[in-house]
Unconditional design. Structure first.
Length: 345
């Protein structure tokens, strides 16, 4: 099969299209194989290319977490989906049998892994996953939208609902609008009825966010975010901050939090190490929450929202699989608003 692969950890010049890889076979009776039509890039893919601590991918590694396509093979024990079904893929794969999995807390599974990082990915003509990792979608949803949907929306859904418990009337600060998780978090918070303030270093991205329903915007290159949030909330501060920037945004995220504020993070795109003044943490009674990916019930919920037309990921640009390296370069530039998608078939 044809796939976008990594020759060795390093720069984007290590990304190569290969057409000599074997088609993947089902690993067990509860697996399905999906013939992919489109896939989408995530910041995670850039981290995999660069190499993550304690984890090395073999040469010829197939990249990619998000994808959509049609099931072309089903294991003998698969009952919920059939060959020919059009599906989106949940990139988080868990063991299915441990206490966390049985309690529907799949992201806590000790064997939890992500497509393209721990298992062969979706930037390929075929991928195999457990049948529980796919959900059917109707033909009315186009390939790029379907491919762009899952990882960012699932991550944002768990952050907003399950971890931060955002309520109607809460003020939520979403840092770094333009990335997939931030845009999904904005849309989910507006569905709940929260007031959403977004930040970006680009006025163009802030204008796009207003069109998606943001109530207020702050350009972090020209304004002090924490001071602006306090000024625009009658000195109260935000109830919730959604942060995936890490090092560069952390001080502004904490400084924007009101009393009993909740800061939820799913990543550190600008760096992993953070500085927190514990006196402010306990005095203000803040909660700092980590979150990653989502559970199978959360996956089912977000795909129901997609089917109902309630959540719609903006697609920035679509590249052919053959131009995959250019797609990575576009993502790395940070210029995009919304998802970068690969057309496979
Ligand atoms: Zn498990």
């Amino acid at each position: 099969m044809r796939a976008l692969t990594l020759t060795a950890h390093g720069g984007l010049d290590q990304i190569t299209v290969r057409s000599d890889l074997p088609d993947p076979e089902l690993a067990g009776p509860r697996d399905v194989r999906v013939r992919l039509t489109a896939a989408a890039l995530n910041r995670l893919d850039l981290f995999v290319v660069g190499g993550l601590p304690g984890h090395a991918n073999a040469p010829g590694w197939v990249l990619g977490a998000d994808g959509t396509g049609r099931i072309d093979r089903c294991g003998a024990e698969v009952t919920d989906v059939s060959v020919g079904d059009r599906v989106v893929i949940n990139p988080g794969v868990s063991c299915g049998s441990c206490g966390y999995c049985l309690a529907d807390q799949q992201p806590l599974c000790l064997k939890f892994g992500v497509l393209g990082e721990h298992r062969p990915g979706t930037f390929a003509e075929y991928v195999t996953v457990p049948a529980t990792n796919v959900q059917r979608i109707p033909d009315s949803i186009d390939d790029a939208t379907a491919a762009a949907f899952t990882l960012a929306t699932l991550t944002a859904w768990r952050m907003v609902h399950t971890r931060a418990h955002v309520q109607a009337g809460d003020t939520v600060l979403v840092q770094g609008i333009g990335g997939g998780v931030a845009i999904a978090a904005l849309q989910i918070c507006k569905r709940i009825g929260a007031r959403v303030i977004v930040t970006s270093g680009s006025d163009h991205k802030l204008a796009r966010a207003i069109a998606l329903g943001a109530d207020d915007t702050i350009n972090y290159r020209t304004s002090d975010v924490a001071r602006e949030v306090r000024a625009r909330t009658g000195k109260r501060g935000a109830d919730v901050v959604i942060d995936s920037g890490g090092t560069d945004s952390w001080a502004a995220s904490l400084g924007s939090l009101g009393r009993m504020g909740r800061l939820v993070t799913c990543g550190g795109s600008t760096g992993p190490m953070l500085h927190t003044d514990v006196r402010k943490l306990f005095w203000n009674q803040w909660s700092i929450l980590g979150s990653t990916m989502g559970s199978l019930p959360e996956f089912a919920t977000i795909v129901a929202e997609l089917r109902a037309g309630q959540l719609h990921p903006p697609v920035d640009r679509v590249f052919d699989l053959a131009d995959g390296r250019a797609a990575f370069e576009h993502l790395a530039s940070g210029a995009q608003f919304g998802k970068v998608v690969l057309r496979i078939a």
